[in-house]
Design a protein around this ligand. Structure first.
Ligand code: GLU
Length: 445
């Protein structure tokens, strides 16, 4: 029987998720979807000072909005007992050791090594302390913190994305796993949870490659086979800069508030830097069946907001009318299919419908800097009935009666009708407004 695939996404709730974080979630989700597996959300909130409930709740909202369905959810802060149990095993088997250096002492050791152009690797002095030394430190009131003893060998693994990877653990400091105050740092709880939850595949950013080397040793010390790892290049913006939890513009919450379509984000995020063409996918299932993680490129993938806007507009023009009507009605907006048809290929997001509803049916403030010209245009409005040729007929008359052409002709008219300098085709907009409304608008209301 083949093993059931289980993946997880393990964000720390210390900020808003951005498209780069979500790319990791997406890859894990798609991988489990493709393999009829399970997708777990693990909230890494052991850092109680920086983690907040608010960010945790937002993570759930973000995933739900993007359509990533979570099979199970865990919070690390609720699992300290489990971590302590495993930690005791490591103590019993001598895989960890107490340390007593203060951060100032560690810092000066590090600086000395750097000054001698040596890698700032911890010298393991605490490993060689005698029982008496330890007694003495404890008597002085120093509290121990704990490090995990690395093997000093190379850890080799076959990465789903990068192929053969080798991490030299002799170039790494023995990682601190438990702080002076008894709090756990990232590596050990992560390994314990991956064991307990039966994670088969860990897909995450390439900033974790070294951690994976270290974690593989921890799996082994705990008598477990490590999962399969896959490290993807980090996402960068148009300027090649990494996304940050502190920049809310590209946060999922921000994109949600700006009414972007979740499938535009998912489509772009899973096709840049992979073998997929940049295209709109209708569903995550469609992406899952096409994506192949072994084809993820090694160079950083660029997430461009202009590309996102383009995909978003493309999706809007293809949306199912029932879905649009339902979404707008649920926001207490009056839905008019004719208006949607006219604007759908010219708007950036669905939220713009309301604006156009108001422009077409309501009264808006327009700024007619050239009111004489607009008065002339108004006097030439053809009588009803109006049809497809009305716009062309009217513009021909206005052009003939004025000396304007091109932009000078069209822009003041567009502004006088809509209050804006761009938007959907006026030819269609005026038909939705009709003669009376157009007269009023051109006269300034
Ligand atoms: N909380 C870690 C992070 O956000 C999880 C990394 C992992 O194990 O996937 O980087």
């Amino acid at each position: 029987m083949t093993q059931k695939i289980i993946t997880r996404f393990a964000p720390s709730p210390t900020g808003l998720l951005h498209v780069g974080n979500i790319r990791t979630a997406l890859f894990n989700y798609l991988f489990s979807l493709k393999n009829s597996g399970k997708f777990i959300l693990r909230i890494d909130d052991t850092d109680s000072e920086r983690s907040t409930e608010e960010f945790s709740d937002q993570i759930l909202k973000d995933l739900d909005w993007l359509g990533l369905k979570i099979d199970e959810i865990f919070k690390q802060s609720e699992r300290l007992e489990v971590y302590n149990r495993y930690f005791q095993k490591l103590i019993d088997n001598n895989f960890v050791y107490k340390c007593f250096e203060t951060s100032e002492e560690l810092d000066s050791k590090r600086k000395r090594l750097v000054a001698r152009r040596m890698p700032p690797v911890y010298d393991r002095s605490s490993l060689y302390l005698s029982e008496e030394d330890i007694e003495q430190y404890l008597k002085e009131g120093r509290k121990p913190y704990w490090r995990f003893k690395l093997s000093g060998k190379r850890t080799n693994f076959n990465d789903l994305i990068r192929g053969d990877v080798s991490v030299d653990t002799s170039a790494q400091s023995d990682p601190v796993i438990v702080r002076e105050d008894g709090g756990f740092l990232y590596n050990l709880p992560s390994v314990i949870d991956d064991i307990e939850m039966g994670i088969t595949n860990i897909i995450r950013g390439e900033d974790h490659v070294t951690n994976s080397g270290i974690q593989i040793e921890m799996f082994k010390c705990l008598g477990k086979e490590p999962p399969v790892f896959g490290h993807h290049p980090l996402l960068v913006d148009e300027n090649g800069d990494p996304f940050s939890k502190r920049n809310s513009a590209a946060s999922i919450k921000g994109l949600m508030e700006e009414n972007y379509e979740p499938m535009a984000i998912n489509s772009l995020n899973s096709s840049i830097g992979t073998s997929l063409d940049i295209n709109i996918f209708k569903s995550l299932n469609d992406i899952a069946s096409d994506i192949d993680l072994s084809q993820v490129a090694r160079a950083p993938a660029r997430f461009s907001m202009s590309q996102l806007s383009k995909l978003n507009s493309d999706i809007l023009s293809q949306l199912d009318i029932e879905a649009v009507s339902e979404r707008l009605k649920s926001n207490n907006v009056i839905f008019d299919e004719k208006i949607w048809d006219v604007i759908k290929s010219n708007i950036k997001n669905i939220g713009e419908y309301e604006k156009w509803y108001e422009i077409i049916n309501g009264s808006i403030k327009v700024d007619n800097s050239d009111q004489d010209f607009i008065n002339l245009a108004e006097s030439l409005l053809p009588p009803e009935p109006w049809g497809d040729s009305t716009w062309g007929d009217w513009i021909t008359l206005v052009k003939g009666a004025s000396d304007k052409k091109g932009k000078d002709l069209f822009l003041p008219i567009r502004k006088a009708i809509t209050g804006l300098s761009d938007g959907p085709e006026l030819k269609n907009i005026i038909l939705l407004m009709g003669y009376d409304k157009m007269k009023k608008r051109l006269l300034g209301s």
